[in-house]
Design a protein around this ligand. Structure first.
Ligand code: AMP
Ligand code: MG
Length: 423
């Protein structure tokens, strides 16, 4: 049965009162996924982008000793003259990593380099550019205008011993790795990677590297999926193209769900597609076929097969990506152990007018740029057909237009969802 001749279902282009809103669908999905349970200990470098399984408190003060933030002279704040100038005798030199066992008395100072341990008695550093040095007498002359305590980094100022530094559920960034290293922590417990399996369905699909036969198209969805999954730090297996054949599909579902946490397929779930895909899904698990009031991107199949979460994305390349970003990515992030999983938005002025039909949320592809005043603005990529993958390639964001909106004038504010890795 072809799509066009399917009489029972209303066209997705019409307003459908039974369709779920994007928020409702995302809410249902997030309600039914849970974070993975097992953790593994990893050297901190390998833990980049992974999610902590434990809270981490500072084991030491960072910095561990009070030190100089500048190259200059360590002295007593009480020696800063209220008026005029004052001379201080240099009693030694302190390099980073080479502390000096002196006690700075009134009228004395020590030459000190950035990171050098502040000597006892001193509480202030005056930058070398702000003193006059008298080489022959080993003295410096300072003026007023300095503040007690300036240019000094206190022990524990960055991280205080015992203070909780990270909560379980934190996804480790480059800065976080540095913080862990600064506390001398070499290994951390992170949640195990979420395991994803994916495949494409469709007899028209040709594998990259093979000659295209008449009526075929190259399978691009498995490559966009690869890219999106790769960025998320999940484990994944690509099962290739599965033919529109009952036994092949059933076999693939069995294989995929054996030990994966998530199965993602593209194609084969639209109205009028070979019914056995739905039969198979219903036979093997609990799967719902949702109409969602959004464009592009409907329909979406979602449910469970055994212990495996299932997402059946539409076959259209742009729809597959949009539904991935709106539904699959938040679910995967939640399973990875994150709390904050929803897409982030900016409010930007559009430099192009935008139009759509009322009745569904639309994700138009946009380009965030800068106008002549240096302000961030957004423009449309142009043609928005759901088969036009180029519109995704040129875009660095989605422009999310609300259900009831029909037109947006140039210069109006719109909601923009930047893609990860926008540049
Ligand atoms: P379907 O959801 O299977 O009805 O597919 C909708 C449209 O997307 C059809 O034009 C398909 O040929 C196309 N399509 C499906 N799967 C893929 C894929 N993996 N790569 C590129 N295009 C696809
Ligand atoms: Mg198909």
């Amino acid at each position: 049965m072809s799509k066009k001749s399917s009489p029972a279902m209303p066209s997705c282009d019409e307003f459908d009162p039974n369709a779920l809103s994007v928020e409702q669908a995302r809410g249902k999905i997030l309600d039914s996924v849970t974070p993975v349970q097992h953790s593994e200990a990893l050297p901190i470098r390998e833990a980049l982008n992974r999610v902590l399984a434990e809270d981490i408190s500072a084991t030491i003060d960072v910095p561990s000793h009070t030190n100089s933030a500048m190259d200059g002279y360590a002295m007593r704040g009480a020696d800063i003259p209220a008026t005029g100038t004052r001379q201080l005798v240099i009693v030694g030199t302190i390099m980073a990593g080479r502390p000096l066992d002196v006690h700075i008395e009134s009228g004395q100072c020590a030459r000190i380099m950035t990171g050098g341990k502040l000597p006892a008695g001193a509480d202030t550093v005056i930058m070398q550019e702000h003193v006059q040095r008298d080489e022959t007498n080993n003295r410096i002359t300072i003026t007023g205008g300095h503040k007690t305590g300036q240019n000094v980094r206190q022990a524990g100022e960055d991280l205080a011993r015992g203070e909780r530094v990270f909560r379980a559920g934190t996804r480790l960034t480059p800065a976080d790795l540095g913080m862990l290293a600064s506390m001398g922590i070499a290994e951390v417990a992170v949640l195990r990677r979420v395991k994803v399996v994916f495949f494409s369905t469709g007899d028209e699909l040709c594998e990259v590297g093979q000659a295209l036969q008449e009526g075929q198209i190259y399978d691009s969805n498995r490559y966009t999926l690869y890219g999106m999954l790769k960025r998320l730090e999940v484990d994944f297996v690509d099962l290739g193209v599965i033919a529109d054949e009952r036994s092949a599909v059933e076999d693939a579902f069995h294989r995929a769900t054996r030990d994966a946490d998530v199965l993602i397929t593209t194609g084969g779930v639209s109205v009028g597609e070979a019914d056995f895909v739905k039969d198979t899904l219903e036979k093997l698990g609990q799967v719902g076929f949702w109409k969602i009031a959004m464009k592009p991107g409907r329909p979406l199949a979602f449910g469970r097969i055994g212990d495996c979460q299932f997402f059946g994305l539409p076959g259209n390349p742009v729809s597959a990506m949009v539904t991935f970003y709106q539904f699959v990515q938040p679910a995967l992030l939640r399973m990875m152990g994150l709390d904050d999983v929803l897409p982030r938005y900016l409010q930007l002025r559009t430099t192009t007018p935008l139009t759509k039909r009322a009745g569904r949320l639309e994700y138009q592809r946009g380009i965030i740029g800068t106008d002549e005043n240096g302000e961030m603005v957004v423009s449309s990529t142009g043609a928005q057909g759901s088969g036009i993958l180029r519109s995704m390639g040129e875009a660095n964001c989605f422009i999310e237009l609300p259900l009831e909106t029909e037109r947006v004038k140039e210069g109006e504010l719109v909601k923009v969802q930047p893609f990860a890795g926008m540049t």
